[in-house]
Design a protein around this ligand. Sequence first.
Ligand SMILES: Nc1ncnc2c1ncn2[C@@H]1O[C@H](COP(=O)(O)OP(=O)(O)OP(=O)(O)O)[C@@H](O)[C@H]1O
Ligand SMILES: [Mg+2]
Length: 370
Amino acid sequence: MSFFESILNNINDAIVVFDTKGRLVYINKAGEESLGRSYRELRDRKFNSIFYNIPDIVEIIQKTLSEQRSFRKSATHLNNTDDAEIDIRTSLIFDESTKENDVDKIREIKGVILSMRENTSFATPEDYHFDSLLYLLSSIAHEIKNPLSGIKGACQLLLKDEMFKNNECLSMILKETDRLNKVLQNYLTITKRPIMNEINIHEVLEHSTKVLHSDFVSNKIRLVKSYDPSLPDILGDESKLLQVFINVLKNAIEAVSERTKGREIVITTRVSNDYVMVYDVENTCNTKEAKRQRWLIVTIRDNGKGIDQEQIKKIFLPFYTSKKEGSGLGLALSKKIVKDHGGIIKVKSKKLEWTQFNIYLPLRMVKRDE
Ligand SMILES: Nc1ncnc2c1ncn2[C@@H]1O[C@H](COP(=O)(O)OP(=O)(O)OP(=O)(O)O)[C@@H](O)[C@H]1O
Ligand SMILES: [Mg+2]
C-alpha cells in the first residue's frame, strides 16, 4: 500500500473517486465501511447505480461533471437502515499538466472526488437553550424544596394538636405537599449523573417492554423486535436508560393509539456502520475537539400520527407537550440521560405516517481485566 493510500485509509471521511465517465476508480476504507461494499465489488460501477437509492448524491455528481465545479449538500440518507444524515461534497480532479493560470489551455478534468461524513454533532443550536432550561428547572426545584419541607413540618405539628386533629384542610395541604415533593424529586434527579455499570442493552429493552406490556395489549399494538444478537455489553446506568426507553415507547404507544388499525412499533438494535465524528464543544471556550466514535443504535419507530416540522424542533424542550395530560418532560429527561451517557438522541418523522427515534450510545468496549 502506498503512503498516500494509507493516508486516505486513515481519514474518517468516506472518499470515493469517479472518472469523467462516472465510473468508480477508488474508494477508501471509511467509504467501504459506510457503503458496506468492497472496492472489488464497486470498481468500474457507475455512480448512479451505486447510489441509486440516494438521489441527492447522484444529482450532485451529475452537476459536478456537467457544470465542472464543486458542490456541497447535507441531510442525505446514506441507506435505509442507517437513516443517517450526512454531509456530502464533491470536488474535481484536474490534469496536473495544465496550470490554473494557464489561460490558453482549458484545464482538463480527470475525475470527481466525492466525500461523505455522517453529520452527528453533539452540540446542536438548541442545546444551549436546553441546558439552560434544565439548569433553571433544577435550581427552582431546589429553592422550593426547603420551604415545602417547612410547610409539611408545620402541618404535621398542627395535626398533632387536639384542636386540628381531623382538620380536612390540613390533611389536604399535607397530601398536596407530598405530591409536589414527588414532582420536585423528579426535577432534582435530572441533574444527577448516571452510575455506570456493564449492561446488556437488550435486557434493558426487554424490561421496558415488560413494564408497558399491558399498554401494548390493551391498545392492540404489534410490537416487532429486531435485535442484533452480536451486540457487546456497554457501560450505562440501567435504571436511567430504562426510563429513556419507557418514555420513548410510551410516546410511541400514545401516537399509534390514534390510528384505527394496523398499530405497530418496531424496536431495532445495531452497531453503526460508520465511525462518527463527535464534536465536543467545551462550555468555557469555543475549542472543538473531534474524536472518532462507534455507536450502538437503538431505534424505536412507530406508525403513529407523526410530528410536523415546526413541532419537531421543540419536542425535547422541557414542558413542551401537545397532550392534554402531558407534562412535556418525558423527552427532555430522556435527552439529558442520553447526553450524560455521552450519547445522542435524534428524531425523524413524517406527519400522519411515522416517527422514528434513534438513540446513539457510545460503544466503549467493557474492559474485562480491570
Ligand atoms: N412518537 C411520537 N409521535 C408523535 N409525537 C410525538 C412522539 N413522541 C413525542 N411526540 C411529541 O413530543 C411531545 C413531547 O413529548 P414528551 O414525552 O416530552 O412529553 P409528553 O409525552 O407530552 O408528556 P409526558 O411524557 O410527560 O407524559 C409530545 O407531546 C408529542 O407532541
Ligand atoms: Mg411522553
